[in-house]
Design a protein around this ligand. Structure first.
Ligand SMILES: [Zn+2]
Ligand SMILES: [Zn+2]
Length: 324
């Protein structure tokens, strides 16, 4: 299973961004993204431009995404067959519209749930009444440039964690919300998505499963296995019992935030959103290998370390394995 860098929250001049479609595609490829989707506000017209002009895509493109931009919240709708009309969506009916978008082939998630709303940014704050959180595929917990520095992202992380604690199956994502070139001093967060075959349906299936992790830079090889199952991927539902966990950080030349010189210091294992074990990098060295006894509830892994000015920063976040 290969893990590809993917960015699916991006904008062009087809909505409110400064960059043309060609500029975004080109910059994405130069910035080491391997998969890209364009998610303009309420329009798929960027894809029409690509088709009409026959634009070459130097990065693998997941077609037909958009950001459903409503008065009550922003919803990332990825890989949809046709754009549905957002203005029929009433504040209490989002579950219905999630279902309709899914029927139209989309994978979807909530964007920046705690960003300031009106009058700063109309509809940016999530105000829809959600009846079933499991209907969503993901929730964006790190949005924008230098997302770890934003208070509204901390709130999104807390909401995600609380939903996991309550037993929901929901992946966490990051999204650059890419409108224009970033400042030199700004860093990004990147999703790494596991896909066996690089095609659009596999990409969507993997996002749906939650087989991806978020990082501020470090890339890792994460492997969970048991006697019966040699390879278990994030998002899988597994039975309680003893598992073998291995985490190996990879050397990479495509490090997105290399200039900020992150240092990994420890790995934390979380079960039911409580830290059940902590391993120091100085103790495990190149690769952490350990047995874990898993009981029912979500199980996930985080790496912590120094980043920019912060000596104790959450650097990598896995999506959960769901233990029954
Ligand atoms: Zn938005
Ligand atoms: Zn956006």
């Amino acid at each position: 299973m290969n893990y590809y860098s993917i960015e699916w929250h991006t904008h062009t001049v087809h909505s409110d961004a400064d960059q043309t479609v060609a500029q975004l595609l080109d910059t994405a490829a130069k910035s080491h993204y391997e998969i890209l989707s364009i998610s303009d506000h309420n329009t798929l017209s960027a894809y029409a431009e690509i088709a009409e002009k026959g634009l070459t895509t130097p990065v693998f493109l997941l077609h037909n995404s958009l950001e459903w931009t409503t008065f009550y919240g922003h919803l990332l709708v990825l890989g949809v067959r046709e754009a549905l009309n957002w203005y029929d969506a009433k504040p209490t009916e989002i579950d219905l519209w999630v279902k309709k978008n899914k029927e139209a082939g989309a994978v979807l998630g909530i964007a920046h749930p705690y960003e300031l709303g009106s009058p700063i940014c109309t509809g940016c704050h999530w105000d829809f009444l959600v009846r079933n959180w499991d209907n969503f595929d993901f929730i964006e917990i790190l949005n924008g440039d230098s997302p770890q520095e934003q208070d509204y992202n901390q709130k999104a992380y807390t909401l995600w964690s609380e939903l996991l604690r309550q037993g929901h199956h929901l992946a966490a994502s990051c999204g650059r919300d890419w409108h224009r070139p970033k400042k030199e001093t700004a860093n990004v967060a990147v999703n790494y998505l596991g896909v066996e075959h690089l095609d659009e349906e596999s990409i969507k299936a993997s996002i749906r499963q939650g087989n991806f992790y978020i990082t501020l830079g470090p890339k890792w090889e994460l492997s969970l296995s048991s006697k019966e199952q040699p390879a278990i991927f994030m998002g899988a539902t597994i039975t309680q019992g003893t598992y073998h966990l291995a985490v190996k950080f990879q050397n990479q030349d495509d490090d997105f935030n290399r200039q900020f010189g992150e240092t990994i210091k420890k790995i934390k294992l979380l079960q039911n959103e409580e830290v059940i074990a902590e391993f120091s990098r100085t103790a495990f060295g190149a690769e952490l290998k350990t047995e874990v006894v898993l009981t029912p509830g979500p199980f996930r892994i985080e790496a912590w370390g120094a980043f920019k000015e912060n000596p104790d920063q959450r650097l990598v976040i896995s999506n959960p394995f769901y233990v029954e």
